[in-house]
Ligand binder design. Structure first.
Ligand SMILES: [Zn+2]
Length: 99
């Protein structure tokens, strides 16, 4: 059985929108970089640098940074090969260092 509790993306990953957002916030094919990963109710959600004050109508969180269901996005680059956990960790540390 698939483990649905693993985050679908990592911070700093390039993702592409699968479809148009109903409020025209983004269009299918628009590219973003994952800024953070969080849970919206039981679903994984990501922030992609779109800032808009408000209450999430799904989970009720109030913030300045809009979050979207992660399943609205696909990775921009499909992995051709698995990277090692060491490489992954180093990449995460790089990103933390930059921010
Ligand atoms: Zn939410």
């Amino acid at each position: 059985m698939e483990n649905n509790d693993l985050p679908p993306f990592y911070v700093g990953q390039e993702v592409v929108a699968n479809s148009n957002h109903h409020q025209n916030t983004f269009k299918k094919g628009d590219e973003f970089i994952v800024q953070s990963i969080l849970k919206c109710g039981k679903e994984w959600a990501i922030t992609i640098g779109i800032n808009r004050y408000g209450r999430c109508r799904c989970c009720g969180k109030i913030s300045y940074t809009h979050h979207f269901y992660a399943n609205r996005f696909s990775p921009k680059h499909k992995f051709g090969a698995f990277i090692s956990m060491k490489e992954f960790t180093e990449k995460q540390l790089e990103i933390i260092g930059v921010n």
